[in-house]
Design a protein around this ligand. Structure first.
Ligand SMILES: [Zn+2]
Length: 95
C-alpha cells in the first residue's frame, strides 16, 4: 500500500555508490596515464569531473560505459546526443 513516503531505495543507493566507485577508478586511471585529468571529449584539464554514461543507460554502471568530461562538454554531449568512446578527444582542436 502507498504510504505517502518517498525515499531512495537501497537498490538505487547501491547503484549510485557503484557509479561513484567506477568514476573514482576512471579518474585515477586517466590521471596516471596522462599526468593530469583530461576531459575525454576536449582534452582540457578538468577540475570538476562529470561522469557520462556512454550508452545513455544510467543503470549501466560499468567501467567501459564511463566517459569523464567537464560540465560544459557533458551538456554538449547530452544535448546533441553524441556518440562517444573512451579517450576519443572528439572536441580536441589541437595546440
Ligand atoms: Zn571538455
Amino acid at each position: 500500500m502507498w504510504n505517502g513516503l518517498r525515499r531512495v531505495s537501497s537498490k538505487q543507493k547501491k547503484k549510485n555508490t557503484l557509479w561513484s566507485k567506477v568514476k573514482r577508478e576512471r579518474i585515477t586511471y586517466l590521471r596516471e596515464k596522462f599526468g593530469y585529468l583530461p576531459c575525454e571529449y576536449c582534452k582540457a584539464n578538468v577540475t570538476e569531473p562529470d561522469a557520462h554514461h556512454i550508452d545513455g543507460n544510467r543503470n549501466h554502471n560499468i567501467d567501459t560505459n564511463i566517459y569523464i568530461t567537464d560540465r560544459l562538454c557533458h551538456s554538449f554531449i547530452e544535448d546533441n546526443n553524441l556518440k562517444v568512446t573512451q579517450e576519443d578527444f572528439q572536441g580536441y582542436r589541437g595546440e
